[in-house]
Design a protein around this ligand. Structure first.
Ligand code: NDP
Ligand code: GDR
Length: 364
């Protein structure tokens, strides 16, 4: 039985990847962080009792800032494949905690690679690094390919640039099977609640059910290439099954604005919106022009306001990936469109909002 080791298993991608690898017959190991409350909600449905004589999913306490811990767990597990998905992954937060972000996102990758090397696993263990379209930052060409020069625009992007290059360096210096997936934004109903798509689908679902009044947004003219996390974890696994390690761009090749995403999500909630002067202008408003199916919305309600607190000191205005290499060499193409993904996210968030509204209206 093949063994996989996943950092970030409690996150969006880690949870989908763990499901995917369990279905493929792997024994899956992951590290979770000690927190004052349970933080395993995304993987509770695949949790296995450690008293099971042959558990297929095994969780270990661990942290990417702790070398001795990583070395011990890797020594115990002796994995065939390591997926380094753990990170302080929020770009805006990285401006507030730049040093911690660098410690986890840059040095964390080095700690794992060095542990693999020192344990004598360099020949056996294949390594996947969760690289990102944030490396392109202030974009130098459109669409972005594996050859496009990098220009990161946040402490997160700069930390990930180190991780990208240290992965390549260990591949070249120690002949390790180590590769980077340069993934563009990918989302799902499991997306963290402060990333833009989930903030929108959850916020509008709550507004539609009368649980909230208004959604406060930053730069709604930002352009992104958004795929579905399920499609992207499949590609992470495919990258480790090749004869030789290579780096790949993973994207849909389609680009939309945050504004368009808001319009789609609102329509799914039964709200039609009118934008007026919105964008980088905090006086702009986004008003409901009909609220046919949404019990919490009246015509004329201001649904979205621009709040400069969500602007970033340096912004990435536009990202559009070219996934041609992944299609050509691995036969990978995304199966779920951005619009379908938006609908799925709204459906799940509306379900939760209706439950909450029911609880509140019955005084429970
Ligand atoms: P999430 O934020 O959902 O998950 C991050 C994971 O990292 C969580 O499991 C978190 O644990 C864990 N983590 C955070 N800090 C540490 C630490 N110090 N030690 C160990 N684990 C830690 O991210 P995603 O699933 O969306 O992304 C996965 C990876 O892919 C990340 O590296 C991200 O930067 C990268 N990426 C993501 C893209 C996207 O659009 N989603 C695009 C390109 C790259 P906990 O649950 O305890 O917080
Ligand atoms: P990003 O994702 O920074 O691209 O990083 P995020 O969803 O946070 O922002 C996307 C764009 O939307 C704009 N925006 C807002 N963003 C947030 N979070 N909240 C708001 O209110 C808001 N209003 C407008 C942002 O300015 C930005 O332009 C994600 C993360 O998953 C990274 O880990 C990953 O590497 C990259 O995607 C690819």
């Amino acid at each position: 039985m093949k063994k996989a080791f996943i950092t970030g298993i409690t996150g969006q991608d880690g949870s989908y990847l763990a499901e995917f690898l369990l279905e493929k017959g792997y024994q899956v190991h992951g590290i979770k962080r000690r927190a004052s409350q349970f933080n395993t909600q995304r993987i509770d449905h695949i949790y296995q009792d450690p008293h099971d004589p042959n558990p297929r999913l095994c969780l270990h306490y661990g942290d990417l800032t702790d070398s001795s811990n990583l070395t011990r767990v890797l020594h115990d597990v002796q994995p065939d494949e390591v997926y380094n998905l753990g990170a302080q992954s929020h770009v805006a937060v990285s401006f507030e905690s730049p040093e911690y972000t660098a410690d986890v996102d840059a040095l964390g990758s080095l700690r794992l690679l060095e542990a693999i090397r020192l344990l004598g696993l360099a020949e056996k263990t294949r390594f996947y690094q969760a690289s990102t379209s944030e490396l392109y930052g202030l974009v130098q060409e459109t669409p972005q390919t594996e050859q496009t020069p990098f220009y990161p625009r946040s402490p997160y992007g700069v930390a990930k640039l180190y991780a990208y290059w240290i992965t390549i360096n260990y591949r070249e210096a120690y002949n390790m099977y180590a590769c980077n997936g340069i993934l563009f934004n990918h989302e799902s109903p499991r997306r963290g609640e402060t990333f833009v798509t989930r903030k929108i689908t959850r916020g509008l679902a709550n507004i539609a059910q009368g649980l909230e009044d208004c959604l406060y947004m930053g730069n709604i003219d930002a352009l992104r290439d958004w795929g579905h996390a399920k499609d992207y974890v499949r590609m992470q696994w495919m990258m480790l099954q090749q004869d030789a390690p290579q780096d790949f761009v993973i994207a849909t090749g389609q680009q939309y604005s945050v504004r368009e995403f808001i319009t789609w999500a609102a329509a799914e909630c039964g709200i039609t919106l009118r934008f007026e002067g919105a964008g980088l202008d905090e006086r702009g408003i986004v008003e409901a022009i009909s609220g046919d199916n949404a019990p919490g919305v009246q015509v004329g309600d201001t649904i979205v306001r621009i709040d400069p607190r969500y602007f970033r000191p340096t912004e990435v205005d536009t990202l559009l990936g070219d996934p041609a290499k992944a299609a050509r060499e691995l036969g990978w193409t995304p199966e779920i469109t951005t619009r379908e993904m938006c609908a799925e996210m709204v459906t799940e968030d509306l379900k939760a909002a209706r439950q909450q509204a029911f609880i509140q209206s019955h005084g429970l």
